[in-house]
Design a protein. Structure first.
Length: 198
């Protein structure tokens, strides 16, 4: 078997696209079943929980710790409870009870500030279905909000992820290959035919 990369056939591409469409539909269906909605940026997570319009803040039982969340109506229904996949900054996280117009009612809005600002969450609580974080593409405007070092790390991670998906070399592998190439050029008398790069 040759190690030479070949281009995928049209059938393989169509099959991959179909699998991706099915995966996405399954993921969306699982997320739609949750009693809350959530979104995230590389820095934070926003969770909204629709609740009955007659509730007041004092009726709610909302607990945020470094590793856990609970959103419930005191003595009644629990909407979300469990462990976070990664820790949050409790002092920077908060919740509010807000009135909504579409649909009319109220929702608990929870802001979670991530400790690790370079990690996507696959779910809000570990007991919930996961999303495929490798498919997340952050908006470039959000990427520009990051400080230089963090942004460079995130861009490198995104580049490496895309390269892996396409079967290409990561930036580290490319750097090693360039160093070897330069070394080979500087030392033509050496035999590199059996050299292993890793």
């Amino acid at each position: 078997m040759s190690d030479v990369e070949r281009d995928p056939t049209p059938a393989e591409i169509a099959n991959r696209e179909r699998e991706e469409t099915e995966r996405k539909a399954k993921e969306e269906a699982e997320q739609a079943q949750l009693p809350y909605k959530w979104t995230q940026t590389i820095r934070d997570v926003e969770v909204t929980v629709p609740v009955p319009g007659n509730l007041k803040g004092r009726d709610m039982d909302v607990v945020l710790t470094k590793n856990k969340i609970k959103v419930a109506v005191k003595g009644q229904q629990t909407f979300i409870e469990g462990d976070f996949p990664h820790p949050i900054l409790v002092d920077e996280s908060s919740w509010t009870l807000e009135t909504t117009s579409h649909p009319p009612g109220k929702e608990v809005s929870v802001h979670l500030d991530k400790v690790n600002k370079v990690e996507w969450w696959p779910h809000v609580v570990t007991s919930a279905p996961k999303i495929d974080v490798s498919k997340i593409t952050p908006e470039s405007s959000k990427l520009s909000d990051l400080d230089g070092g963090t942004r460079a790390m995130v861009e490198k991670m995104m580049y490496d992820q895309r390269q892996k998906e396409m079967g290409g070399q990561t930036s580290d592998e490319q750097r090693k290959a360039e160093i070897l190439k330069k070394f080979q050029a500087d030392h033509p008398e050496m035999d590199f035919s059996n050299a292993q790069i890793g």
